[in-house]
Each structure stands twice: as C-alpha cells, then as structure tokens.
Design a protein around this ligand. Structure first.
Ligand code: NAG
Length: 364
C-alpha cells in the first residue's frame, strides 16, 4: 500500500516538476537573454555619441537574435554596423537628397500598418527609372530608417509588399543592386524585416530569384513569401498579416494604390524634422563630439563577403550554374547569366580579393 502512495507521490512530484519547469522555461530564457545583452555590452566596451544611442538593449537583442545568441558573432556584426553607420551616416540622409529616386514611387512607406502595427514599405521594382546604384541604395536606406522612425511603441519590425507590375528582365535589375540591398538589410538591419510578400511575380522572375536567393541568409530566406492569387494558402498567409480593406488592388486587396510624390515629399520633410530631433541634429553639435566613437574605416558599401560568405568569383559562379543546371533551366539561364551578371559587373575583380585571374565564367 505504502509503495502505491509512494509511487503516486513520485508521479505527482514529477508532474509538478515538469509543470514548473515549463513555466519557468520562458523566464529563464528571458534571464539568459538579459545576461547575453549585458555580455555583449561588456564585449563592445564603452561607446559614445551616436554609437551609444544606436546600441539600445532592444538593438543588442536584435543582433543577438540574428546570430543565434552567440555573443562573439553578434559583437562582430554590431561592430561592422557601427563602422558602416559612422561612414555611411544613414541617419543624416535627408529627403531632398534622395527625393529624385522616389518620383515614380518605386519604394515608399504605405499609409497603413499590418495587423501587428508594423510599418509597411511598398516596393515596385517595375517602376525603376534611375541608373545610379549608389543613389538607389541610399534611397532604400533612407526609407528603411524612415520605416523604423515610424514604428509604434513596442513594435520593432516592418513588412514589405513587393508588386511586380511592369517588371521585366529588361528593366534595370542588376543582380549587384539586389545583392547590395540584401546585404545592407541583413547585415545592418537585423531582425527589422518581419516578412516580405512577393505578389504574383512573372515567370521570368524565377530565373532572377534562383540567383538572388543565394544572397539571403537562412533567417531572411524564411521571411520571403511568394503570393499567387490562385494559391489559396499563400493568399491566406498574406491576409493573416493584412486587412483586405488596407491592401491595394495590386496585392489583391480593396484599396487603391496611390502614390502622390508631392504629398509623400511633404510627409518625408516632416519626418526629417522628427529624425533630426531624435538624433540630436536640431541642437548645435559640440566640437569633437563623436570622436570616441568607433573609428571609421575606409568607406566601402558592398563588402566582398556577405554574411553567407559568398564571393564574387569563379566558385560562386559555379554554385549558381550548378543550381541552375539542377533545375534544368540551363539553356535559358545561361543567357540570363551572360546578359545580366556581366551587365551587373558581378565578376569585376575586387581589388581587395586575392584576385584569381583564372576566374572566368564557364560559358565563355
Ligand atoms: C522618372 O519618372 C518620373 C515620374 O514619371 C519623372 O518625373 C522623372 O523625370 C523620371 N526620371 C528619370 C531619371 O527618367
């Protein structure tokens, strides 16, 4: 009899233990995360000026999250961003500098949020009508900063809606541009993108995607969702994020997509005032301020390696080509690679790489 009671007690105890374990699981996770944030803070050492302002606890958490809570890797990532920010100065870009890139409304902040209050950027690559890659990237960086500036309390992420109307391989789609944009988003805005919906891309986009997806890290890759009007699950997924009343007709919704450049410019100019206040540009800067920040390194925007360690060399080309062969798309893709990867100068020799002169695309 007593052994039965003992068994019951033991069972009850185990169950209790298990229950309390699962309850405290989340708590201990949070504690661990807090601990990691402090570790990262210590590892980064004393910061000042804008670097200090940038490295909030929430920010450190995003970098840790992006590197699976590995403090060393997060530190490296953060230092690269601080270096990039001190050279590129994304917080100093003002609307008039990039407005010309926005005239067609190829990228802009939507006037609605997703169901979770996230800022929404609408991207319409088919509306591209400028040629300077640097200016295009600067415009995109401005809008990412602007999306962040317009986040409601407690929300840190944005959502992207990509409309392919008018998109073709003959409109400017340099792979280099896609790669550089992806690198900036992944390396310097970790965990800022919640989800990106690519709405009904044309068949020809598949060839482009097969190359571009290699630039995405696993976390970003998971956030990219293709939506096709005939695929119910994909439509439902998009609608779980967006109210149909807000969604423009171009994305299968009920609203009208309207981009009024003048109206948008007015908003951006107001936001510039907000941004200046936030970063303290509205006050006179004391001289020498920021001198103790991470020292800027020679400025370069497109690192020779991205977080996937993808190089622009023969080997990389082979990886692409192999992938394309595997998909039995070589005939068409060879053409695609020839015209577009060369055009985008993806094989230009990088002076910082060890310069493998034997690197020749195999289709030559
Ligand atoms: C791009 O399109 C806009 C709007 O149609 C136009 O005002 C602008 O001049 C164009 N820019 C270029 C560089 O062609």
């Amino acid at each position: 009899m007593s052994s039965v009671i003992f068994l019951l007690l033991a069972l009850a105890f185990t169950m209790f233990r298990r229950k309390s374990n699962s309850q405290s699981h989340q708590e201990s996770d949070e504690l661990q995360h807090e601990h990691k944030v402090n570790e990262l803070k210590d590892a980064l050492g004393p910061l000042s000026g804008r670097s200090l302002q940038y490295c909030t606890d929430a920010c450190l958490k995003r970098y840790l999250e992006a590197r699976n809570w590995n403090v060393d890797k997060s530190k490296k990532m953060m230092e690269e961003t601080l270096r990039w920010r001190s050279a590129y100065k994304p917080e100093e870009i003002r609307w008039p500098e990039v407005a010309i890139e926005g005239e067609t409304g190829k990228v802009y902040r939507a006037n609605f949020h997703d169901r979770h209050g996230r800022t929404v950027l609408i991207l319409r690559p088919g509306m591209q009508n400028t040629t300077s890659l640097d200016n295009q990237i600067r415009h995109l960086v401005y809008l990412i900063e602007n999306a962040i500036l317009n986040l409601p309390e407690g929300q840190e992420q944005m959502a992207w809606l990509i409309d392919f109307t008018g998109w073709s391989l003959s409109t400017n789609v340099p792979i280099k541009s896609a790669r550089d944009s992806i690198n900036i988003l992944q390396n310097h805005y970790p965990e800022r993108l919640a989800i990106a919906f690519l709405y009904s891309p044309p068949r020809i986009f598949e060839a482009f995607w097969k190359v571009v997806k290699y630039f995405l890290d696993a976390k970003t890759f998971q956030k990219v969702k293709f939506v096709y009007p005939k695929n119910k699950d994909s439509v439902e997924l998009m609608r779980s994020y967006f109210d149909v009343d807000n969604l423009p007709a171009e994305f299968g919704g009920k609203a009208t997509l309207q981009y009024d450049h003048e109206e948008f410019s007015r908003q951006m100019v107001q936001d510039d005032v907000k941004a200046a206040k936030l970063w303290g540009f509205d006050k006179p800067q004391s001289n020498g301020c920021g001198a103790a920040e991470v020292s800027p390194e020679p400025e370069y925007l497109a690192p020779p390696l991205n977080s996937n360690k993808i190089k622009d060399d023969f080997e990389t080309h082979s990886i692409f080509t192999k992938a394309l062969i595997k998909e039995h798309k070589y005939e068409t893709s060879a053409d695609f690679l020839r015209t577009h990867m060369e055009k985008s100068k993806i094989y230009d020799k990088d002076p910082r790489s060890d310069g493998n002169s034997a690197a020749q695309p195999p289709y030559k």
